[in-house]
Design a protein around this ligand. Structure first.
Ligand code: HEC
Length: 121
């Protein structure tokens, strides 16, 4: 009986530890570092104003734009894996076409987008 109980406690502790390990490995984005990512990779299409430099690029500052309408997990996925909306004239390339970007860079650049271009509600 006592042995059983201590086994249960051990299992409980192991479970709790593995749940903690399952927490996101990547820290929340750093907008300052994200600015460098943006200027190095994204600005060519999305522009310094975030409104889009070329036809087919969404306006980040619009209240109907992706920053206003979509959650972080969706946007992180679309930045990482690329994205093409229905009837799109141009697709967003995976990692903005820069395969050197890390998962952390993507978190950082999204933090930058939110801090810089997100429309005020
Ligand atoms: C070659 C041009 C190009 C580059 C470089 C580029 N994008 Fe895009 N991006 C696009 C286009 C085009 C779309 C719209 C795609 C669509 O709606 O079909 C888009 C869409 C997006 C969206 C909205 C996605 C959604 O779910 O609506 C985000 C966020 C985004 N880009 C972030 C970035 C970031 C961050 C970078 C730099 C790492 C980057 N883009 C680099 C062209 C580009």
């Amino acid at each position: 009986m006592t042995k059983n109980l201590s086994q249960k406690i051990t299992i409980g502790a192991t479970l709790a530890a593995s749940l903690l390990m399952a927490a996101p490995a990547v820290a929340a984005g750093d907008a300052k570092k994200g600015a460098e990512v943006y200027e190095g990779t994204c600005i060519a299409c999305h522009g310094g104003s975030g409104k889009g430099e070329i036809e087919g690029v969404p306006d980040f500052t619009s209240t109907k734009g992706p920053l206003a309408m979509k959650a972080d997990d969706v946007l992180l996925d679309h930045i990482t894996n690329g994205y093409e909306s229905p009837n799109s004239m141009l697709a967003m390339p995976e990692l903005g076409g820069n395969e050197d970007l890390t998962e952390q860079d993507v978190e950082d650049v999204l933090a930058y987008l939110r801090a810089t271009f997100e429309p005020k509600k």
